[in-house]
Write a protein that binds this ligand. Structure first.
Ligand code: ATP
Ligand code: MG
Length: 398
């Protein structure tokens, strides 16, 4: 029983042993990987809101595929990347780095030829060092390059799983959309099979943006969207994470934790970590749960909410409005008239300003299907941040 480290990992994809839920998505992705390793090209788009667990799921599936299907998995993060050459450079650099301690490293070195550079202190690490014109060629010849790699690894690996994560910058690029479409067409029409499963990871807006740029991609992607955890999955997350460090959770404390987590894993880790630090004995009770939730509200605001939104919400002028909004939210929707009726005179005067500013910041939007005066939170993270602030404000009032 160890209690000296937190079992929570806010801000980074979850380690495999702490992964919770997502059974249906795992099965679906593993089926695709098996089909790919038999030579049938598979392309999927893993979509979901910020912090819902896209990268964690991709990483978990990659581990499984490597362990159980003899597949080579490359998980590349492309945040901020806007060009195809930089994308290809990162994919191959990942391949080189991941192969360093593997039995097939020599085969990968052979694949790279003289494009490997020694970097770092004492030249201990390797980097994929192709020049601009070679990179251009690799963008163009991506499919043959992968086929070459797959042939070289034939006796070691049955297929390739390439994960392109955080494709926000690329999703706005017409070049990327067209490259993807050509890649798919080229592989599909080639007589030599390529055992490739390509997994793109990003928010739903990114998928839409790619489809707008290249409509044929709509039928190419198999869409896998990740939903918030169910209450049962959230309970399992807290109970199993705390039990790893010998801590139990009281039932009523657990219900508070589940309520304020709202099914969003990123919030679960922030709340879990804060509660862990407030818990002195071997049990999480209601007091430590509530003070953990309040601490987590501050951390979530600073770390996960955009600075402009954070600053706006901090303004004391709006704090009581916020509390009324939180009271009247149902399924992330609130009604202007209902909130207005519970506000004092001074607050009423600034309420429409508040709504206008929140709309401008992209935190809320109108709900046309419900009619005028209805607003919804555009993402779960903002909504839950409000709920956490509401909890803080209530505690301060008591
Ligand atoms: N299935 C899971 N089990 C346990 N923890 C998880 C799970 N999925 C995600 N998490 C945790 O939630 C947080 C957010 O996860 P992750 O980074 O995978 O989300 P994401 O959807 O990729 O977010 P972003 O949109 O910011 O890239 C991380 O701290 C991660 O450890
Ligand atoms: Mg991610």
């Amino acid at each position: 029983m160890q209690r000296d480290y937190s079992p929570f990992t806010p801000g980074i994809p979850v380690p495999v042993e702490f992964f919770v839920g997502r059974q249906a998505e795992i099965t679906h992705l593993r089926d695709k990987i098996v089909r790919a390793s038999k030579g049938q090209l598979q392309i999927a788009f893993l979509s979901g809101e910020r912090g819902i667990g896209k990268s964690s799921l991709a990483s978990f599936v990659r581990h499984l595929a490597e362990r159980e299907n003899q597949v080579l998995g490359l998980h590349t993060f492309l945040g901020g990347v806007t060009t195809l050459t930089e994308m290809v450079r990162r994919v191959f650099d990942r391949l080189l780095k991941d192969s360093l301690d593997k039995a097939w490293h020599e085969k990968v070195k052979g694949f790279f030829g003289d494009h490997i550079r020694e970097v770092g202190l004492f030249g201990v690490s390797l980097e994929f060092g192709a020049g601009p014109s070679d990179l251009e060629r690799m963008v163009h010849d991506f499919a043959p390059a992968l086929r070459n790699l797959s042939n070289r690894l034939q006796h070691k690996k049955k297929g390739l799983l390439i994960i392109l994560d955080d494709i926000n910058g690329l999703a706005a690029s017409e070049d990327f959309a067209n490259w993807l479409k050509s890649l798919v067409d080229e592989i599909a029409t080639s007589s030599a099979p390529l055992p490739l499963c390509l997994l793109l990871v990003g928010m739903e807006e990114r998928r839409q943006s790619l489809i707008d740029l290249q409509p044929s991609l709509a039928r190419v992607f198999d869409l896998i969207s990740i939903e918030p955890w169910s209450d049962e999955e959230t309970r399992e997350f807290y109970v199993s994470s705390f039990s790893k460090v010998g801590i139990t959770v009281d039932d009523d404390a657990l219900e508070d934790l589940v309520e304020y987590t709202g099914g969003l894993p990123v919030i679960a880790h922030e709340i879990g970590d804060a509660v862990f630090k407030q818990t002195a004995g071997g049990c999480v009770d209601r007091d430590s749960a509530i003070s953990g939730i309040i601490t987590a509200a501050k951390v979530v605001g600073r770390k996960h909410v955009e600075p402009q939104v954070f600053q706006f919400i901090q303004s004391t002028r709006y704090s009581s409005i916020l509390l009324s909004v939180v009271k009247d939210i149902e399924n992330v929707v609130f009604q202007r008239q209902k909130v207005l009726s519970s506000l004092g005179e001074d607050e009423k005067k600034v309420f429409d300003n508040f709504i206008a500013k929140m709309k401008k910041l992209g935190v809320i939007a109108g709900v046309p299907e419900k009619g005028k005066g209805y607003y919804r939170f555009c993402n779960r993270l903002h909504f839950l941040y409000f709920m956490l602030l509401g909890m803080t404000a209530r505690q301060n009032h008591e």
